[in-house]
Design a protein around this ligand. Structure first.
Ligand code: BEZ
Ligand code: FE
Length: 293
């Protein structure tokens, strides 16, 4: 389309330009990719027009993305972290798992995976510990519970419960040379009654990594980097939708201002005192409901 109106006045690149860019996709483009990219181009063009984005501002954004790429490796995913601090991972998690409650009874609510899960977590025996190195200020808790079907209430045997948490210094083991490999993580298989149990630490709040572009952005927005105290879980059983989630200590700071917006109703838990167990002063019962596929 013409960039000039009838009076010869410059109009700028408007909707005709955006349509032209979207129409440049080839006929054989994957239909889902076409849908996503057409919408993305439409929104990002409209966004640039709406805020009158300048070349310098656009380049600052490009440099932030490049910086995130340079900082990322198999122990650090800065692109994901940038998405997290603007709520995008939480939103996408919610959209992805809306289906979990579509039919029948709702299962356990999901929450974001975050960047610190490891695929090679060791399977450990029920009743054992994920605390292979206990920090001086660590409080040990016995966490246990039952996994059941959300529709029938039947216990789900042979379900994997994969857990990970940060130590009291705020670091996951892969971020911290002073923690043994796989400290504070483990995978547990439920027994015939759908039960799992393990010793862990009472979680403590920690800051997301703030020495890169996500931290820079938080600073520019006058925000703190902290997350409320939480334990991560992935629960998977054959024939059921798997659940990636986090449980939050109800007495933690930052429940209302999680830097990555992951806290949801129904995911807060209460630690209780545990008597007569030399291994733990606290106890946490957490039952999980899975939705059949
Ligand atoms: C986490 O909880 O491990 C996490 C989530 C998002 C960003 C950084 C850390
Ligand atoms: Fe975490």
């Amino acid at each position: 389309g013409s960039l000039q109106n009838g009076d010869g006045q410059y109009q700028g690149l408007g909707q005709d330009f955006t349509k032209h860019v979207i129409a440049s996709m080839g006929e054989d483009t994957n239909p889902r990719l076409r849908q996503i990219l057409a919408s993305f181009i439409q929104h990002i063009h409209d966004f640039a027009r709406e805020v009158d984005l300048t070349t310098d501002e656009w380049m600052a954004g490009v440099q932030m993305i490049n910086w995130a790429g340079q900082m990322s490796n198999d122990r650090r995913n800065e692109g994901q972290l940038l998405c997290d601090v603007i709520g995008l991972e939480s939103l996408v998690d919610d959209i992805t798992n809306r289906v979990a409650t579509r039919n029948g009874n709702p299962g356990t609510a999901t929450a974001i995976l975050g960047p610190f899960w490891r695929a090679d977590t060791p399977v450990r025996a029920n009743g054992s510990t994920i605390v292979t190195k206990c920090p001086d200020d660590g409080e040990v808790a016995l966490m246990h519970g039952q996994v059941t079907c959300s529709n029938t209430g039947k216990p789900l045997a042979n379900t994997s419960v994969d857990v990970w948490q940060a130590s009291t210094n705020g670091l996951y083991e892969q971020q911290d040379a002073d923690q043994p490999e796989h400290n504070l993580r483990g995978k547990f298989m439920t027994d015939e009654e759908g039960r799992y149990s393990f010793y862990c630490l009472r979680p403590t709040p920690y800051p997301v990594p703030s020495d890169g572009p996500a931290g820079k952005l938080l600073g520019l927005l006058h925000r703190h980097p902290y997350r409320p105290a939480h334990i991560h879980l992935i629960v998977q059983a054959e024939g059921f939708q798997s659940v990636t989630t986090q449980i939050f200590d109800e007495s933690s700071k930052y429940l209302d201002d999680d830097s990555v917006f992951a806290v949801k109703d129904g995911l807060t838990v209460k630690f209780a005192d545990r008597k007569g167990d030399p291994k733990a002063s606290l106890e946490l019962e957490y039952n999980i409901k899975l939705v059949p596929t």
